[in-house]
Design a binder for this molecule. Sequence first.
Ligand code: NAD
Length: 289
Amino acid sequence: MSARILDGAAVAARLRAEIGDQVTSLVAEGRRAPGLAVVLVGDNPASHVYVRNKGVATRKAGMVSTEHRLPGDATEAELLALVAQLNADEAIDGILVQLPLPAQVRPEKVLAAIDPEKDVDGFHALNVGRLWGGETGLVPCTPRGCMKLIAEAGRDIGGMDAVVIGRSGIVGKPMTQLLLAANCTVTIAHSRTRDLSEVCRRADILVAAVGAPNLVTAAFIKPGATVIDVGINRVAKPDGGLRLVGDVAFDTAVGVAGAITPVPGGVGPMTIACLLENTLMAYRRRMNG
Ligand code: NAD
């Protein structure tokens, strides 16, 4: 038996098209398009690629995308001034500060300065608190995308056992809250978990968000489980190039799981689509509809 492949690229394309249709309707009614500002500090090559991809997707959905670049030696005060300016800009509904930031800038200071109603990454403490309080508004994009892929598997997940490997603030922890809100019984596993494979084998839904290639083998997977692979790892190919793999040993896992996301083409495309969804949500809340 081979698992159903949860095609994140296709689900994300559908979501982006739906969002694009909603933006087209808003503009046809004579309203302004939603606006997303992305801030990039320094020249981390991966961050440049992410920011470019976000800008392209935003514009394709009919939204306004603005990019704000600061040099790698920018001060925290300069970045905070830019955030304040974007907070005050009526045409901007979402603000995303691309992480990581250079060492001289404290990310917690910058994230705390973003207007929580424009916090489309869902990293502001107020939005984190809202999520842990059971409100699912502006929640981090990657876990939001994972939930949509879990739904794509077409199973009623209420009461299921879910295991999330990884406890980061951007993926693991918010993922657990979304699963809890969906009435799963949730376990968080991490680098200090004892007998990880045993813990994972209990899971009807297994989410791997670690950053360790092939950590999750077929032996970790309950037959028929839904497996969501968040990991993005670059590993060497025999020809010397690099290829992307997740945290799950896909080739063997696919024979045990009931549904599974590939890497690439699984969770990754969902993250940007959910950023657009958050931006539209922030716009509607700010504009009252
Ligand atoms: P992180 O480094 O902040 O957290 C990793 C977590 O994994 C930690 O909580 C740690 O306890 C746990 N861990 C480490 N080694 C472990 C082990 N051997 N066994 C069990 N747990 C272990 O990483 P992150 O920011 O949460 O990202 C996780 C992965 O997801 C990375 O590969 C990252 O690139 C990827 N990611 C993908 C997307 C996407 O859009 N697809 C978005 C964000 C992150």
